[in-house]
Design a protein around this ligand. Sequence first.
Ligand code: GLN
Length: 550
Amino acid sequence: MAKKGHKYIFVVGGVMSGVGKGVATSSIAKILQAKGFIVNPIKIDPYLNVDAGTMNPTEHGEVFVLRSGLETDQDMGNYERFLDVDLRDEDYMTSGMVYKTVIERERALGYKGKFVETIPHVRDEIIQRLERAAEVNGSQISIIEIGGTIGDFQNALYIEAARVMEMQHPDDVLMVMVSYLPVPNKIGEMKTKPTQNAVRQLNSYGIQPDLIIARSEVVLDRRRKEKLAIWCNVRAEHVISAPDIESIYEVPLNFEKDNLSDIILDLLKIRARRKGDLTRWRGFVRRTLKAKKTVPIAIVGKYFDTGDFVLADAYISVIEAIKFSGAKLNVKPVLTWLDSKDFENGALPLSELKKYGGVIVPGGFGETGVEGKLKVIQYVREHKIPYFGLCYGMQLAVVEYARHLAGLKDAHTTEINPKTAHPVIWVMPAQKKNIEERKYGGTMRLGVYPAYLKKGTIARAAYGKEIVEERHRHRYEVNPEYIKKLEGAGLVFSGVSPDKVLMEIAELPKKKHPFFLGTQFHPEFQARPLHPHPLFTAFLAAAIKHRRSN
Ligand code: GLN
């Protein structure tokens, strides 16, 4: 089974979810990458969905799309952003995928008539997938985040796989527990007991954590570290304090204050390949924290129903992309969430939009809030407020333009009105078949496609090149039948597919509007801290200018 010499770091969560296991995993990967290793982070989602594509963003958060088109968990986005690499299909695993492979193999007589059982067959499929991921990445260290919390039924099998791997190659496997230490208001003291219990639970699986990352509101004092050391059988130096901080991108820097990469390399019995250098990263963090100038940006969406926590989660890549461009331009973007339904029913007047430097309508599906978004788009177009539409935000900009400037009154997307007289946004025949046959999983236009950019446009100027590749996730497209008409009315399709059939970017000339641009793709998926996305940067620059002149 597990190959000797390749190192595996498993990250498991104790006490409760949502305390930053993904950021801890990304940060561990980051500091090891800085020491010269090829690392590959892996996310394991223990649910039975085959991928994250069919899940509702209000429940699950954003669906992050890889280059290949695989629809994954938002943690994958964090890994890509921290490491500045494109991840592969092999770096993501759900129980749905694992079981599907095992069951299909069984149907093909792959188990030669034997009983097929969770142990060993499913467990071994998990281990094989981890090995394959290491192989295709050519990595030296894999960092594997096991979703859920210790004690869940769902993830026990993955922890068992880790145990077997560690038993076979004790020097090659490291177990990290990310735990939470509450400071209850009334008591005013940091409590270690929940973490002690979580460790005990992990022990009951036959696993001893090598490191504890202690998440808390505040820094862990020496006393707590010693207490955990005694009760959890982990050396006090191996309890790493991870207090709440302003920016998640500071976490790798904080870890290194405790020399975490050296501790990990010692435990794995390997030597750094170079002196870790996080200078550029530190510069980026400093710029995000120090920027004094602010620019207010409105995001008009609909996935806000379950409160603030989910709200940020559903659009996380968009938020981060704005931040990265902010760091580049030395401004702090201040984001406000506006629910498009409020513009529909008049709870918010459109003049509210005057407060912002720019407005974004991000990706979305279905009917809710669409008319509100259309009103917003019309308003910002007419009032020359910078506008950036992402996927649905582009499609709806085309609908709005068709209705009010191309004389196509009833224009719509067939996603909302299949009977519209002017289906300016429609589905290509292949997609139509998918919908009719209810084949929804993994069948959208997904992943990277090239686009050719027209000279003299905002898009071309922003990217500074002719051919770009961007990630997609949508079923509907601009209807080729209406392109002439829309262009005749002044809309510019500044990015098109190589065969010129699919419209990838729509914009208005700078003479008419300072920044009115929509992309059929999702530029946010490729924005990185040290490589901000050129379109987000161009939009933000326009927003700053708009604020200054108003
Ligand atoms: N609902 C639209 C489509 O399927 C847009 C999707 C999106 O914004 N990601 O084409």
